[in-house]
Design a protein around this ligand. Structure first.
Ligand code: FAD
Ligand code: NAI
Length: 484
């Protein structure tokens, strides 16, 4: 059976499902095709983000953080906890409930907005009519679900097929002993010794989480530096806190030569930064060495879709591919692999298709790492400004001088504002500290509105609040911070 639509979206992660809802809001007859199945074998919308990414990881980080507070931080408030324990299966089932609530929520949103939802793998077959302008063209997509094959026709295609974990040939994931993000989010007990290959975002979040529940965690990172995408000063502060206070063992500049599994034991052999041979024995190993764009089974070759040399679908600044009326958004295209970036591109493409001025500003995408303390930033780092030869001024304020942070007992970290030396326009804001995942929104708003540091300095911030640290850092750009 062939059904016809204005728009067919392939993939129902935060790029695809948001694009589909926005298309429907704009009056476009829309189908969203997705192949994700949950562990019970049932269709589950929401992609990586809702099923095995952002949402489950934050649920578990919160649980483990509560345990950590009760174990180590409550006593400073005079609260004594006796017989403290953690029931990991309960923690995991709480996470599973949150996931199923949200994935079911996407299905409800589809119904509410009259988006047709089809389960199965979408393959781009080609177009039926190739008008010069592309106006009369109809694309055909095969939807295969087990033995059943359907075809949909649509004037516009939005590809939002996301990404999958990059594999290491010498440490193949079985999700029993060697885990990717899916396995790391489903362990039912804290391993005694946990190894992590990759000191990036997943490695740090998952490593922190299991460390708080008692695992001895060793992170092995290939690059010579730590968190090299972040501002150097933030990365330095983070490494200090993660190793001295959180108890993570972090080794950078390593080269892993082999991983052997024998029974429940996993042995990693690697050269350390000095070239010395080292051995690490662990009970579980997480491999988190980045993600690759997912175009498997999409039919890119048949359709003639152009890819770049790293396997991403090539798009212009409006997410248009080389094929007429075919767009691609989210992890499968260039730019940061973040859920909010995928969603913003999805909305922009829907609005472009509907004839509006769709726009996603990749220069003001916030980054957040949900460790403790949290790390967040938007815009340029100091090292990027130096490399580009841009003259800048910096203002910085530590959380130890912030009243709310003191009350919380979370005084590590700081806020830093970088502004153009000539115009005072804010070029980047970097934070490490409590709840900076929430505070970064003000920084993004300021940069979207092309604020100067003086603009932020002139805004009234509630007292006592963590946001005062941003206020003081902005004042600090002109050396007029009050409380330091
Ligand atoms: P995805 O979410 O990957 O969705 C793609 C969907 O397309 C999937 O459902 C897939 O099954 C489906 N699909 C693929 N091919 C086909 C096909 N041919 N036919 C039909 N369906 C298909 N980002 C953040 O911003 N904040 C976070 O806190 C955060 N935490 C993360 C934690 C972890 C552990 C991981 C792994 C990722 C995290 N991310 C986070 C990244 C975030 O999950 C991704 O950037 C986001 O999911 C990308 O959205 P997407 O729509 O492009 O793709
Ligand atoms: P990543 O790119 O953040 O980090 C991977 C790390 O592995 C890098 O530091 C890299 O140098 C290292 N590496 C690569 N090969 C290695 C090897 N052979 N040995 C040792 N180290 C090696 O990727 P990660 O952590 O897998 O996460 C993927 C993406 O998912 C992130 O980049 C981010 O876009 C997204 N994500 C976002 C989160 C958030 O927003 N809070 C949370 C988790 C993931």
């Amino acid at each position: 059976m062939t059904q016809s639509f204005d728009v067919a979206v392939i993939g129902a992660g935060p790029g695809g499902y948001v694009a589909a809802i926005r298309c429907a809001q704009l009056g476009l007859n829309t189908v969203c095709i997705d192949e994700w199945k949950n562990p019970q074998g049932r269709p589950s919308l929401g992609g990586t983000c809702l099923n095995v990414g952002c949402i489950p990881s934050k649920a578990l980080l919160e649980s483990s953080e509560n345990y950590e507070r009760a174990a180590h931080k409550f006593s400073a408030h005079g609260i004594t906890v006796e017989g403290l324990s953690i029931d990991v299966p309960v923690m995991i089932s709480r996470k599973d409930k949150i996931v199923s609530n949200f994935t079911g929520g996407v299905a409800m949103l589809f119904k509410k907005n009259k988006v047709t939802s089809m389960h199965g793998r979408g393959t781009l077959l080609g177009n039926s009519e190739d008008g010069d302008s592309g106006n009369d063209m109809t694309w055909r997509v095969e939807v295969k679900n087990g033995d059943q094959t359907d075809t949909v026709e649509a004037k516009h295609i939005i590809i939002a097929t996301g990404s999958t974990p990059r594999q290491l040939p010498f440490a193949l994931v079985d999700n029993e002993r060697i885990l990717d993000n899916t396995g790391a989010l489903a362990l039912t007990e804290a391993p005694k010794r946990l190894g992590v290959i990759g000191g990036g975002v997943i490695g740090l979040e998952m490593g922190s989480m299991w460390r708080r529940l008692g695992s001895e965690v060793t992170i092995l990172e290939a690059l010579p530096g730590f968190l090299m995408a972040a501002d150097e000063q933030v990365a330095k502060e983070a490494r200090k806190i993660f190793t001295r206070e959180s108890g993570l063992i972090i080794q950078t500049g390593v080269k892993i030569s082999g991983v052997e599994t024998a029974g429940t034991n996993i042995t990693l052999e690697y050269a350390d930064a000095q070239g010395g041979t080292q051995k690490l024995e662990v009970d579980k190993l997480i491999v988190a060495v980045g993600r690759i764009p997912n175009t498997a089974g999409l039919g890119v070759e048949n359709a003639g879709l152009r890819m770049d040399n790293r396997g991403y679908i090539e798009v212009d600044s409006s997410c248009r591919t080389n094929l007429p009326n075919v767009y691609a958004v989210g992890d499968v295209v260039r730019g940061p692999m973040l859920a909010h970036k995928a969603s913003e591109e999805g909305v922009a493409v829907a609005e472009t298709i509907a004839g509006q001025a769709g726009h996603a500003n990749l220069d003001t995408i916030p980054w957040v790492i949900y460790t403790s303390p949290e790390i967040a930033w938007v815009g340029k780092t100091e090292q990027e400004l130096k490399a580009a030869g841009i003259q800048y001024k910096a203002g910085q304020f530590p959380f130890r001088a912030n009243g709310r942070a003191r009350a919380l007992g979370e005084t590590g970290g700081f806020v830093k504002v970088l502004a153009d030396a000539r115009t005072d326009r804010v070029l980047g804001i970097h934070m490490i500290g409590p709840y900076v995942s929430e505070m970064i929104a003000e920084a993004v708003t300021a940069m979207e509105f092309a604020a100067s540091s003086e603009d932020i300095a002139r805004i009234v911030h509630a007292h006592p609040s963590l946001s005062e640290a941003l206020h003081e850092a902005a004042l600090g750009v002109d050396k007029r911070a009050i409380h330091i």
